[in-house]
Design a binder for this molecule. Structure first.
Ligand code: IVH
Length: 672
């Protein structure tokens, strides 16, 4: 093929593939098979490899995803990603405006009102108009580098349009990655069909899809993105947020079409109510509106407090409510043997998501609200919490409703159910109750714990029922042969499952601790334990006294941890983990790929973009350490404004001195 023919074919393939992307993602109406699509994509990839051109950076081939990563690299945000303070009522909004007007001594403030999309925040960095990095928010200072995943989302520009505004050398933009409700329902339906765990809501689906180590999976998920802030645009000056949004649009970023100017707080409140009404008809979930002071110099004057800007506020909508009928009350047995009653309801749409189950918490709660089988109830769902029954409408009773009683025997294993003194919960007393063991296994593999892709509730239960696993360590002894013997297990999915189990062998210490399911040890406690003890070995040898000395840990948690490591059954499981090579990462040892591994920093003077503790956290996250005084072992001294004698000492010792800007580049792994 000559170059000219190739170029024509390349252009044609790009157009065709983009057309099919639109059909697949936006209209949910693919007109060709996956195999046909893959063939077009491969042809384009091959031609592009032979005949590279200037438009390669924005070609659909750049969005197919890359081979899986072992883990996400930490990404320190050049400017911290703040969060917003909340308003819940009109009065809160009025007070917000009054506070600001007092502060800047003015009569009226103009705002920009925006819908608050319910997805996850991302930060994108463009250099000379090209997307170079993208990350999740994380803790606001450091997120996860999900560049390969973000590139698969068609709303994320790979290169910027330059026809209208000038392109800044460096651009940092903020936006939200989200999933529309229609595609979310379809995705969940497909997941249920293929025996995968459905997502609880579009936000979780978006987060779960974006945080895939294999970006080729992200590429097949219907994700959208929209953008709402310019954090940095070197060489571009805007005087209002409105102008910044206009620039975003001209560079090719989608900006939500409902964003509007509001000349006063009255207009803001009006907008808030308008969107609250519109909400149920929108094709995506919003959980409020965000008000931002339009004038950027005014924003600067108003400033920020702790982690949120004072010039913006999130006005939250009240929880979405709907009416439905309770058709049954079933009992679920959890990992610790707690029996939870769950209402099964006629499916009803709650802000765009179909809901058919709601937790009833415990028997007391059912009595208090007097919920009976057959009752008409109001349910609500706020944020990503599980839907719950708010109240019963007794006027709709026919008399045929049935009162619910907690079973006397565990519905799963038939053992006695007891209610311990002082507890609201009923428990199954059998420690080897299969329901508990299954829950324990599910918890181990779940997203917040070991995060083993493809190993949801159904799969863990199945492996357990087939006697392939009895405890979580058994997962690491599964063989291809055993799995292939399970019916309907295709070779490819068996291999994927074994791969993801294998990949989970070096979990972060806190995730491993959490995954073990030690009673009273949730995610937060697990993090505290990990950072206090640094290694799993140290934790396993901790005494009750040592544990109680940790601020957040009381005698009950301490006893439960000590008990866990003493229990002979657990000792055996832990040994099995070790033999299988499941070794959690020690915390103090940053991975060698961390940009600052092995480097030590000393700060002097004031940094303008972050406080000392943020700077320290950023260094540590990137694998370096921070010392308080300069010695010959120090690798870098960071000099902020008004540096002290440490700078002189650094000079005397010939230690590299970094400006704030150079420091920020370092923590990003860029050599200045
Ligand atoms: S502005 C300093 N605008 O809400 C500005 N945030 O707590 C901070 N969000 O993490 C964000 N829509 O994920 C802003 N139009 C919007 C937004 C928005 C959704 C999310 C974002 C952020 C959280 C704020």
């Amino acid at each position: 093929m000559d170059r000219q023919t190739a170029e024509k074919r390349i252009a044609e393939l790009r157009r065709t593939i983009e057309h099919h992307n639109r059909l697949y993602y936006q209209q949910d109406a693919p007109s060709i098979s996956d195999a046909e699509y893959d063939r077009l994509m491969r042809e384009l990839q091959e031609l592009e490899a032979l005949y590279p051109d200037d438009h390669l950076a924005s070609s659909p081939t750049q969005r197919v995803g890359a081979p899986p990563l072992a883990k996400f690299a930490p990404f320190v945000h050049p400017s911290a990603m703040l969060s917003l303070s909340n308003a819940f009522t009109d009065q809160d909004i009025v007070e917000f405006d009054e506070r600001l007007r007092r502060l800047v001594k003015t009569d009226v403030i103009s705002y920009i009102a925006e819908p608050k999309l319910d997805g996850l925040a991302v930060n994108l960095i463009y250099e000379k108009g090209r997307l170079i990095r993208g990350a999740t928010r994380g803790d606001g200072t450091t997120g996860e580098d999900v560049t390969a995943n973000l590139k698969t989302i068609s709303d994320v520009p790979l290169t910027l349009n330059s026809n209208l505004s000038r392109i800044p050398d460096l651009l940092e933009v903020r936006g939200e990655v989200y999933m529309k409700t229609g595609p979310f329902e379809t995705l969940n339906r497909r997941r249920v069909e293929s025996e995968e765990e459905p997502f609880a809501n579009p936000r979780n689906a978006a987060a779960g899809s974006l945080r895939q180590l294999d970006s080729r999976i992200t590429a097949r998920r219907p994700l959208n993105a929209c953008f709402y802030a310019v954090a940095q645009a070197l060489g571009c000056a805007f005087s209002t947020h409105w102008e910044a949004l206009a620039a975003l649009k001209s560079w090719g970023f989608p900006v939500n079409e409902l964003v509007d100017k509001a000349g006063s707080i009255v207009a803001c409140i009006d907008y808030y109510h308008r969107l609250s009404d519109l909400r149920k008809d929108l094709p995506y979930e919003i959980d409020g509106v965000v008000l931002k002071v339009n004038d950027l110099s005014l924003q600067e004057q108003i400033g920020s407090v702790s982690r949120s800007p004072r010039w913006a506020i999130a006005c939250k909508f009240p929880a979405a409510k709907a009416e439905t009928i309770v058709t049954d009350i079933v009992v679920q047995v959890g990992r610790t043997g707690i029996l939870t009653p769950v209402a099964i309801m006629q499916p009803v749409s709650l802000s765009g998501v179909i809901v058919s189950r709601a937790t009833l918490h415990n028997e007391d709660e059912i009595r208090k609200k007097d919920i009976r089988i057959g009752d008409t109830v109001v349910i609500q769902r706020a944020g990503d919490v599980i839907p719950e029954v708010v109240e019963v409408d007794p006027s709709k009773r026919s008399g045929a409703e049935k009162t619910f009683f907690m079973p006397l025997h565990c519905p799963q294993c038939g053992s006695d159910v007891v209610r311990l003194e002082g507890e609201v919960a009923h428990r199954c007393v059998n420690l080897s109750c299969p329901a508990q063991l299954k829950e324990h296994l599910r918890h181990f593999a779940s997203r917040g714990a070991m995060d083993i892709e493809g190993l949801g509730a159904k799969m863990t239960a199945r492996l357990f029922d087939e006697n392939l696993i009895a405890d979580p360590a058994d997962l690491y002894y599964l063989t291809e042969k055993q799995l292939l013997a399970l019916d309907r297990q295709a070779e490819k999915s068996v291999r994927n499952l074994l791969d993801s189990i294998h990949r989970s062998k070096n979990p972060p210490l806190d995730k491993f601790i959490f995954a073990l399911g030690i009673r009273h040890v949730g995610e937060r406690t697990a993090r505290i334990l990990a950072s206090t003890f640094g290694t799993f070995d140290h934790l396993s040898k901790a005494t009750s006294d040592e544990l109680i000395r940790i601020r957040e840990i009381g005698p009950e948690i301490a006893a439960s941890i000590v008990e866990f490591f003493r229990e002979p059954k657990n000792v055996i499981v832990l040994e099995k983990f070790q033999k299988a090579g499941v070794i959690p990462k020690s915390l103090k040892q940053a991975p060698a790929s961390a940009p600052l591994a092995g480097e030590s920093f000393v700060f002097t003077g004031t940094l303008s973009s972050m406080g000392r503790s943020d700077a320290k956290a950023a260094v540590e996250k990137a694998g370096g350490s921070v010392l308080s005084s300069v010695s010959s072992k120090t690798t870098f001294v960071v000099a902020g404004d008004d540096p002290g004698s440490k700078l002189d000492k650094a000079r005397a010792l010939g230690i590299s001195i970094l400006s704030e800007e150079e420091f920020i580049k370092r923590i990003h792994g860029v050599d200045p």
